[in-house]
Design a binder for this molecule. Sequence first.
Ligand code: ZN
Length: 215
Amino acid sequence: MIECEFMDKLFEGYRQFRTDYYEKNQKLFETLAREGQAPKILLIGCSDSRVDPSYIFGAEPGDLFVLRNVANLVPPFAPDSHLHGTSAALEFAVRTLKVEHIIVMGHTRCGGVQALMDDVEGADGDFISGWMAVARGARERALVRSLSAGLSSEQTLRICEQEVVALSMGNLMSFPWIHEPVQYGRLQIHGLWFDVETGELFRLNPVTNVYEVVT
Ligand SMILES: [Zn+2]
């Protein structure tokens, strides 16, 4: 087998996990294996390697049902024959696992949102610009806010990252089996945004529509 430092590092991490974390939590793993998972929270985050929800929230196995994709996007409800990986994961979390909270978490320096802001039609690749087109409305709102406040491109990117979270939260409500439990108070939707540089987490206040730092 070819030696590779990256894979070696990965397997070394696994060995540590096996002798340390797994040993300490063996009962939990065995219970989860026997009884199945029952997470109360679905977290929709970005695939970005810097924003792993498990370490940000110190979550244990079984705590979070995590859905990660490019730019933490939720597409609108579209029950057609296309391949809807994100919507399938949503459906499983809400209808089968019956989670009680859905969190959409954006982050700073998001490459997907940067691609959306750059808006290069069909540039580089087969899927990214089409996927990011889901968030066109967020881009428009960010640009309007940027123009009216005279913001820099870096500030506009941050605004757009936050608008993408709001857009995903709005699209969640287009799914009938999410809309109904939210209406009856059985399911809550939350918006978060994580600053990679400072490690600060911000929470969207649904009343004021402003992101407030979590202390
Ligand atoms: Zn991202």
